[in-house]
Design a protein around this ligand. Structure first.
Ligand code: SF4
Length: 428
């Protein structure tokens, strides 16, 4: 089998000190996850119990849905609900009755908490239990929180998947579970690479339909495809499934390392592994080499946002030649991102959480060539002459595995090229 990735001579970063920041933060809330989750679960409906602000966020971020029968909506909490003058549970029952009577295609209903529902302490777990009794077996009702008080934008997916785990049936079957909502085309590539090595059966969470043949048990091993799934990891662990820790499948090296961990678990021989991976690896290397020309020797600073920051920093420093100045993430779960930390060369500052003003000061002082941050910070930083990359694009764009490796590097090189062009125009 191809060699394991070389460890950095300076030592990895698993035990590097981490600056813990607990101040004001600038991130989207977990409701954002509904925008990609509703595409993956074809018989699910996400009912946000929230305010007009929540409805606007969903509508503007997912505006294309006007042409389709939507798979999400908002039950608006009015002033009387917020003031405790109306029985919000009874109102919610009414809305759900109407929805399920009209939409018989819904098999999984998610009640999604928001800031307002949390402030009035609306008990959505109780509501979900009551509704499950009422609508079983045709509809499964679950709840999770997407509130901005509790969640950053990728935590919505984590909370949703974690809510599904306890209700999955038990199975004794030896199987591989891929965990994380990936665009279909990317998921198919992963399944096809693994199947070509003879690995199977392969299941995916979230499954496309509620009645998919998906169970869990002690013979289930799981590989995360996204690094922000800490609660889901814990929920799977409680069900007896075993995690396969690996670097995340970003870039040629990350993808090969991720596949290798699974291949070793399933006893795939070196020859088969190399035969399946050789051609896509070569394509990925070539695409990265082209797309990363602009990135070599450039510095990068990550604000905490998507929780993809550590695996991306590993890809950008090792495969694209960038220098990371600061790598911050909303949470650093070493059981999940440890293998990526092992591959990162020492040097960058690591921070967890955020104190936005202090971090902006550090960023301004460092003047990185590229800053990865949320939308709220990007415009002010651009106005100060810093090139930025919106973290949210990394979740909406297919970036995993070999065939997307060049596009992933391209996502970072584009803002640098644009900044160069603007600079050129300004000086001519
Ligand atoms: S959940 Fe909170 S942060 Fe998110 S849109 Fe609603 S009010 Fe805003």
């Amino acid at each position: 089998m191809t060699e394991a990735p070389r460890l950095p001579l300076s030592g990895g970063c698993r035990n590097e000190p981490i600056l813990k920041q607990r101040g004001q933060r600038e991130v989207f809330c977990g409701l954002t996850g509904i925008i990609w989750l509703h595409r993956k679960m074809q018989d699910a409906f996400f009912l946000v119990i929230g305010s007009r602000t929540c409805a606007h966020l969903l509508q503007s971020a997912a505006g294309v849905m006007i042409f389709a029968e939507p798979r999400f909506g908002t039950a608006i909490l009015e002033e009387s609900d917020l003031a405790g003058m109306a029985d919000a549970q009874a109102e919610l029952d009414k809305v759900v009755d109407q929805l399920l009577a009209r939409r018989t295609d819904i098999k999984q209903l998610f009640l999604v908490g928001s800031c307002p529902s949390e402030v009035i302490k609306l008990d959505l777990a109780r509501a979900a239990e009551r509704m499950t009794e009422r609508y079983a077996p045709s509809v499964r009702v679950l709840n999770f929180s997407g509130s901005g008080i509790e969640t950053t934008f990728t935590q919505g997916e984590d909370a949703c998947l974690a809510a599904m785990v306890p209700v999955l049936p038990k199975t004794a079957e030896r199987q591989l579970l891929l965990v994380g909502a990936l665009p279909d085309v990317v998921e198919e590539q992963a399944v096809s690479l693994l199947s070509d090595m003879g690995i199977g059966p392969i299941k995916v969470l979230p499954a496309p339909r509620a009645d998919a043949d998906l169970g869990l048990g002690e013979n289930t091993v799981f590989a995360l495809t996204q690094p922000f799934l800490g609660d889901t990891h814990a929920a799977l662990d409680r069900r007896g499934a075993r995690h396969l820790p690996a670097p995340f499948p970003f870039g040629e090296e990350g993808t090969t390392a991720w596949l290798r961990v699974i291949a070793e678990e399933f006893g795939v021989d070196a020859e088969t592994f190399d035969k399946v991976t050789a051609a896509p690896r070569a394509r990925a290397r070539k695409a990265i080499a082209q797309a990363s020309e602009t990135l070599r020797g450039k510095s990068i600073f990550f604000f905490p946002d998507s929780q993809l920051e550590i695996p991306l920093a590993r890809f950008l420093t090792r495969e694209c030649g960038m220098d990371a100045i600061e790598i911050s993430a909303p949470f650093i779960h070493k059981g999940i991102v440890g293998p990526d930390l092992d591959l990162l060369a020492q040097g960058p500052t690591f921070s967890e959480g955020q104190d936005v003003d202090l971090q902006l000061d550090r960023c301004r002082q460092a003047r990185p060539d590229l800053t990865v941050c949320g939308l709220g910070l990007a415009n002010p930083l651009e106005a100060e002459g810093l090139a930025t990359k919106w973290a949210i694009e990394l979740v909406f764009t297919p970036v995993h595995f070999y065939e997307q490796a060049g596009d992933l590097a391209g996502l970072f090189s584009r803002p640098l090229r644009r900044a160069d062009l603007l600079h050129l125009e300004a000086t001519t």
